[in-house]
Design a protein around this ligand. Sequence first.
Ligand code: BDR
Ligand code: CA
Length: 305
Amino acid sequence: MPIPIILDCDPGTDDALAILLALASPELNVLAITVAGGNVGLEVTLPNALALTALAKAKVPVHGGVDRPLLGEFVPAYHVHHDNGLGGVVLPPGPSPTPGIAADVIRDILRTAPEPVTLVGIGPATNLAIALVTEPALNIHVRQIVLMSGAWKRGNVTPAAEFNAYSDPEALAILLGTGHPVVFASLDLTDQALATPARLAAWRTLGSGRCLKAACDIQSAVPLSARFDGKGAALHDPTAIAWLIRPDLYTARPGHVSVDLAPGPDRGRTRLDTSGHETQNALVLETLDADGFFTLLGERFASLP
Ligand code: BDR
Ligand code: CA
């Protein structure tokens, strides 16, 4: 049976590839895509999610949500994702959003779903946190929470913090307190998912569909990272989706994760303790079979229109 998921996102170049991967994967039943402002403003991320869903010819509801974090100011990353959030790649516009605000829709789905639902967050955690904090009784209908978030060593938006954790640390703290172990695809994992020109060239040989082309064009527009000596760019968000599809490509271990909330240079820093002394509230994805991961993504993109 496919795993029922709600995909909360902020597309965003890597979100775009994560959305296409989820929509292409029969192992998943995407009940809804909910959208936040994050990489770029909500007025851009929401149309992007709609355009990608239409491109894949998927009949999945797409709902808008928050345009800012619970506290603090909204800090987008236009310099990475371009003004249009998709690296400048222009897609045919999608339909209007499905009525209903993200957090309300998440609660409605949890309340009525016949089986527990997996919440996947690949942007700021605000929509998911609002949904769960406003009706905590629905927690029992959550199967698991899977996030692309956090960094154990070095951040990518500040030296201390990864972008999604930094964008709404209070929301992340709420998710860490739900009692569900949160599965973390952190920067330390996604650094292993290096999208190189050679890997993208290999994808392009797999077909001529518009989704495969869009995925390749979008990822090709992502600046090569100085952190990897210009050899590629880390492909973050699809790692959270791929773990649900092919957990055999990963190793993981339990731990305790906390997030720094105090103002200052450590705000948004995620801390991992695997000593076993603290309650385990996380499952940390540690290693990734990168070749297997890129093969999976290419095959799935090529299976779409
Ligand atoms: C995360 O931040 C965003 O820029 C990406 O979409 C990803 O979700 C990586 O730190
Ligand atoms: Ca994202």
